[in-house]
Design a protein around this ligand. Structure first.
Ligand code: MN
Length: 296
């Protein structure tokens, strides 16, 4: 069956037909999906009966899994519920119980409810993320996406010229401080040292420019912190207007794949004290630091 796409929002996001993600896709399917990613930036595959091994195998057809020696979270290795190669974005602890509301790991996870781009706090940020819905709450818990190409295009020329050369500092310290979670250990602070990212990035295939914003961005080089933070907040408000947003309502068996180079996303609230939301993410490594991209 041929791969086909049905666009879901005015500027991006599409539902995909004709792909069984439980089997490694053939080269022509990989090419069709990559083309779809370049165009739509967010793809939804419905009714996929994935387990962790199959999700990892499917993801690896598109490149290398992201892997770092420094952690991107504060959960200790022995507290983890899942094996390597797949990340746990559930509200469950390692024994399968709902995480206590006052658990600092839970505080840290709540930062994902702010608009962000995955791994923008890494020197080379992530390319694609693939999130599968294994257990979905009865109400709420959507994932929202914002099209950062459309948001860039809609800026006035003066703002485009102003932001073109700007370099931001990204860190998990900034995104967690934004929700009032500042009780990080010295070791965590050292692991989360800020990295530099361009504010405007160009897609390597499509050639389109986009705003590279994220809750992890907390400073702009050469600016005072309050000036930078208020400007980044303004840009984020602009970029997340309803016209640039697709809100994904999860069903069990959904696999959602997005391009972190062209979109931001956030998780929405649900009854996380009474219901389980078990979503699991595989992440494809990016291939270049945004700072290497020439400003033009
Ligand atoms: Mn995320």
């Amino acid at each position: 069956m041929a791969v086909s796409f049905r666009q879901l929002a005015p500027t991006f996001a599409a539902e995909v037909d004709g792909v069984d993600c439980t089997k490694p896709p053939a080269p022509d399917e990989v090419a069709a999906i990559e083309e779809g990613m370049d165009r739509y930036a967010v793809l939804i595959f419905r009714d996929q009966k994935l387990d962790d091994a199959r999700q990892i195998a499917f993801t690896r057809r598109f490149g290398e899994l992201e892997s770092y020696t420094t952690p991107g979270h504060i959960r200790r290795h022995e507290e983890q519920r899942l094996g390597s190669g797949i990340a746990d974005f559930s509200n469950l602890d390692k024994d399968g119980g709902i995480m206590p509301a006052d658990d600092r790991v839970w505080f840290f996870k709540l930062g994902d409810r702010l608009w962000h781009s995955d791994s923008s706090f890494r020197p080379v940020p992530a390319k694609y993320s693939l999130l599968s819905g294994r257990v979905i709450p009865s109400c709420g818990g959507n994932t929202e996406f914002a099209d950062m190409r459309a948001a860039y295009d809609a800026l006035d020329e003066r703002t485009k010229a102003e932001i073109e050369p700007l370099v931001c500092l990204h860190s998990l310290i900034y995104s967690r401080a934004a929700i009032g979670f500042t009780e990080l250990t010295e070791a965590e602070r050292a692991a989360f040292r800020p990295v530099r990212q361009r504010l405007v990035r160009t897609h390597p295939v499509a050639g389109r420019k986009s705003l590279f914003l994220s809750a992890h961005a907390g400073a702009i080089e050469g600016w005072t912190v309050p000036e930078a933070q208020i400007f980044l907040r303004d840009l984020t408000e602009h970029a997340t207007q309803p016209g640039f947003v697709y809100s994904h309502r999860w069903r069990i068996g959904d696999l959602v794949m997005w391009d972190n180079r062209q979109t931001m996303h956030r998780a929405r609230r649900f009854d996380d004290r009474a219901e389980v939301r078990d979503v699991r993410r595989t992440t494809l490594a990016g291939d270049v630091a945004t700072i290497e991209q020439a400003a033009d």
